[in-house]
Write a protein that binds this ligand. Structure first.
Ligand code: HEC
Length: 126
């Protein structure tokens, strides 16, 4: 689209080249689906550690040292199912993060789109 527009405008080679570069960058982003930044996500995870940790798979209340309520998220993307019984897919994890439920707060209005995408990228590294 950008390309067509640019071609229509001036047929200037350098603009077309710039357009191509833009398309390549956009295409790379699309291939990686939501391109979250895991290291930024790790920082945002500070908002989650009151209820989750990234080092265990246990529900903190089960192990008992404190009042943390959420399951440990180590390897969450390598599990079969989420606590809510749904299959572990990016979409379903995203739904938990966005909409919460069963003790998990909804973050749709608390964190930006980017922050949530970064968190998903981070969770994938656990
Ligand atoms: C107030 C405590 C609390 C906070 C804060 C919280 N969570 Fe949760 N979270 C939970 C609980 C409880 C569950 C389990 C819900 C269930 O049983 O379905 C959960 C579930 C999840 C799951 C699904 C895990 C699974 O196996 O079902 C993910 C992923 C998750 N939280 C990510 C996050 C992220 C990322 C943040 C920070 C932005 C966060 N949570 C903040 C309490 C919390």
């Amino acid at each position: 689209m950008i390309l067509t527009l640019l071609v229509d405008l001036h047929m200037r080679k350098e603009l077309v080249a710039a357009g191509c570069l833009g398309l390549i960058i956009t295409a790379t982003g699309t291939l990686a689906q939501k391109p979250g930044d895991a290291s930024k996500g790790q920082r945002t995870f500070a908002r989650c550690v009151v209820c989750h940790d990234a080092q265990s798979t246990e529900t903190q209340t089960d192990s008992g040292p404190d009042e943390l309520a959420g399951p440990g998220l180590k390897g969450v993307f390598r599990r079969d199912k989420l606590r809510n019984g749904k299959k572990v897919t990016e979409e379903n994890v995203r739904a938990v993060l966005d909409d919460g439920g069963r003790g998990m707060p909804a973050f749709r209005d608390i964190l930006s789109e980017d922050e949530r995408a970064n968190l998903i990228a981070y969770l994938k590294t656990l």
